[in-house]
Ligand binder design. Structure first.
Ligand code: NDP
Ligand code: HSE
Length: 429
């Protein structure tokens, strides 16, 4: 074993970074044995230098992250600051100055992954980011390496711990939305700005990364159809229960049946209680990958939090250090298929629509006519009337999303429809 240590710069020492530093210390001997050389924490960049950081030598702390990555003697930079800048500039500077990079930054990778991969390739460095998708769950490496010989057709799952935590609490304990979000934030699951979680940006970034790797094409966050959970109400969850379903925020990436394009979307959906994703609780994530030869694979585990995410970062650190010692690099970007991303309107899905309507003769027929005119077939209708008003819940068969949203638009224009109480897609049947 080499005795000269590999030097690691840690950018960020918050929820994830502090756990990375802790595990690097407590598992130092095992890491050295697995890598073939010891790893040494050579510097830790933070924003607030006076904050007490347990287990970290204060002499390592700096607020000058740029100087740290420019030192020239750093072998690996671990970026766990988050956000676009200064993370992007720091990663590029790290490549220029001889370091490979491990990052957990899905926002940046989904925004500018292609340029970062190009920079890594130009300087002959590694860019690894297992922690960017679904916390501790290995997904990036299985897709990039284990399934490199197969053809992936679909990736579907729960990839955001915070929103799963909130929906789970609302469903099982009747907790309020804000109360559940506060708890998820206190547990270290939420992003620095939790809007990224609840509005679906975080899951959309992960969907972009997964779709890009799975289909060997470039998918950016802006290509992903995104809806968050802020509009999901207790009534939606109760309605899902009556149908034998639960509500989950899903990320769904699919190759079109003709193989000529892909789609990527994130939105809340009702799924049957019998579906394996329905039993994914708290901040756990679960992802199904469907591939030609492998069939259906399911990955499940803690999707957020300092320690689970640090596990994924450390796995990448070991891989990158081994590559360094072997003077090799791991897999880079694979985007050779150049498949375009189709708009949401082309996705075929099902809707659960809840309408407040006048309770008088002919209303049901009027509503049914709108569905028929848009070419959307109805699966079930449930009506409950009270005092001249009625609530009508319609579940459709599968239809293009454009036809379904056209139906909702036309329904809103009917005099007898007082309001569209909720619209949710139905998946997993
Ligand atoms: P935190 O907000 O807890 O930590 C961010 C760290 O970055 C802090 O130590 C902060 O310093 C430091 N920092 C911020 N700006 C700068 C800067 N300009 N220069 C130097 N240091 C800076 O975030 P998390 O640890 O939760 O997340 C980090 C990354 O990991 C993000 O990309 C996130 O998306 C990703 N991630 C997070 C997961 C989680 O469960 N939390 C799971 C998977 C990925 P200071 O301590 O002084 O404030
Ligand atoms: N905020 C993210 C989540 C962290 O809740 O899933 C893990 O990526």
């Amino acid at each position: 074993m080499r005795t000269r240590p590999l030097k690691v710069a840690l950018l960020g020492c918050g929820v994830v970074g502090s756990e990375v530093a802790r595990i690097m210390t407590t598992h130092a001997d095992d890491l050295a044995a697995r890598i073939g050389a010891p790893v040494e924490l050579a510097g830790v960049a933070v924003r607030r230098p006076s904050k007490v950081r347990e287990g970290i030598d204060p002499a390592l702390i700096t607020t000058d992250a740029t100087a740290l990555v420019q030192r020239g003697d750093i072998d690996v930079v671990i970026e766990v600051i988050g956000g676009i800048e200064p993370a992007r500039a720091l990663i590029t500077t790290a490549f220029e100055n001889g370091a490979s990079v491990v990052s957990a930054n899905k926002a940046l990778l989904a925004e500018d992954g292609a340029a970062l991969h190009a920079a890594a390739e130009k300087y002959g460095r590694d860019l690894y980011y297992e922690a960017a998708v679904a916390g501790a769950i290995p997904l990036v490496r299985p897709l990039r390496e284990s399934l490199a010989g197969d053809k992936v057709n679909r990736v579907l799952g729960i990839v955001n711990g915070t929103t799963n935590f909130i929906l789970d609490k609302m469903d099982t304990s009747g907790a309020g939305y804000s109360e559940a979000l506060d708890e998820a934030t206190a547990l270290g699951y939420a992003e620095a700005d939790p809007t990224a979680d609840v509005e679906g940006f975080d899951a959309a970034a992960k969907a972009a990364i997964l779709a890009g790797i799975a289909f060997h094409t470039r998918v950016r966050i802006g290509d992903v159809h995104r809806e968050g959970i802020t509009e999901v109400t207790a009534a939606d969850i109760a309605s899902a229960r009556r149908m034998g379903c639960t509500v989950k925020l899903l990320a769904i990436c699919e190759r079109a049946a003709d193989g000529a394009s892909v789609t990527a979307r994130v939105h809340p959906a009702m799924i049957p209680l019998s579906h394996p994703l329905a039993s994914v609780r708290e901040a756990y994530n679960a992802v199904f990958i469907e591939a030609d030869a492998a069939g259906q694979l399911m990955f499940y585990g803690p999707g957020a939090g300092g320690s689970p995410t640090a596990s994924a970062v450390l796995g990448d650190l070991v891989a990158v250090c081994r590559n360094k010692l072997g003077e090799a690099t791991g897999p880079g970007e694979s985007a050779y298929t150049r498949l375009p991303v189709s708009p949401m309107g082309e996705v075929v899905t099902r809707y659960h629509i809840s309408l407040d309507v006048a309770d008088k003769p002919g209303v049901l027929a009027q509503v049914a006519t709108v569905f028929a005119e848009q070419g959307v077939s109805i699966d079930t209708v449930r009506q409950q009337g009270k005092d001249g008003e009625a609530s009508l819940v319609v579940v459709t068969h599968r239809a293009p999303d454009a036809a379904l949203s056209g139906t909702v638009e036309a329904l809103r224009k009917l005099d007898t429809v007082r309001g569209v109480a909720s619209i949710m897609r139905v998946e997993g049947e």
